[in-house]
Ligand binder design. Structure first.
Ligand SMILES: [Zn+2]
Ligand SMILES: [Zn+2]
Length: 263
């Protein structure tokens, strides 16, 4: 069965027409809960049964409290939220703490809450019907993970936020039939110092990272998509990526809100 990933948001910040990271997989699985979620209808929000988070930074989780609030009361089962320990702990401590937002893990009561929180281990596959979702390691400024999403026919890897990483590529190169790689590039080359200290990539860092991708992992039509561009870098970041991409076997393209990737 072919899977479809709809890009609700893929920007590294906000501004007119920009939405932060949120990807909808086959209508019922959300990967990150950035501002793109706000464009969904109430029925579409109600259809979401699972949320997989890459990390607890606000641009990736900010819509989660609102989903619980908007449709928690009209669903017949809790929304299941998955993340690594640090991500789940941050949600409990800093978001659903009855200060920033009500604790929807206990509302209306602890036995029938609007949301439930679930721990993920890196490399542990979670099977949901025909889809398998596995957290992969990355290196960001806080604990974070990527995801490999496998259907019967291929794999999509989403880096989330990451800087230079060896473990990530080792895990990517173990995938089969990689059809789509979505990877971040947040900053311009002139901001490389900032990229490194904040656990992100610049165009030249992206190019050197992509040389770690084993071509044998890739499907013949594999595509590489760039996301999380900072709003004021925008097209200039893509131009720099183009200049570095000459000797790469797959030319990276800019991921756009509204695209649907099939795999
Ligand atoms: Zn981040
Ligand atoms: Zn981010």
């Amino acid at each position: 069965m072919t899977c479809h990933l709809r890009v609700l948001g893929c920007s590294g910040g906000i501004g007119a027409d920009l939405r932060t990271t949120s990807l909808l997989l086959d209508d019922h699985i959300l990967i990150d809960a950035g501002t793109g979620v706000g464009d969904l209808t109430l029925d579409e929000l109600r259809n979401i049964d699972y949320v997989f988070l890459t990390h607890s930074h606000l641009d990736h989780i900010c819509s989660l409290p609102f989903i619980a609030d908007a449709v928690g009361g009209s669903r017949d089962k809790p929304l299941k939220v998955y993340g690594i320990y640090e991500t789940i702990h941050a949600l409990q401590e800093h978001i659903f703490n009855n200060v920033i937002w009500p604790d929807f893990t206990k509302i209306p009561d602890a036995k029938h809450p609007f949301i439930t929180l679930h721990l993920l281990e890196i490399h542990e596959p979670i099977k949901l019907g025909a889809i398998t979702i596995t957290a992969l390691p990355v290196d960001h400024s806080i604990a974070a993970n990527a995801y490999a999403i496998c259907s019967d026919t291929g794999t999509l890897v989403f880096s989330g936020d990451t800087g230079v990483s060896e473990d990530f590529w080792q895990a990517v190169n173990q995938q089969k039939q990689l059809k789509h790689l979505i990877i971040e590039t947040s900053f311009l080359d002139q901001e490389e110092v900032l990229a490194v200290i904040s656990g992100h990539l610049s165009p030249s860092l992206l190019a050197s990272e992509l040389r770690k991708l084993d071509p044998n992992t890739c499907h013949p039509d594999a595509k590489i998509w760039v996301c999380h561009l900072k709003p004021d870098g925008g097209d200039a970041i893509m131009q720099e990526i183009d200049t570095h991409a000459n000797n790469l076997s797959i030319k990276p393209q800019k991921l756009l809100r509204g695209l649907t990737l099939s795999f």
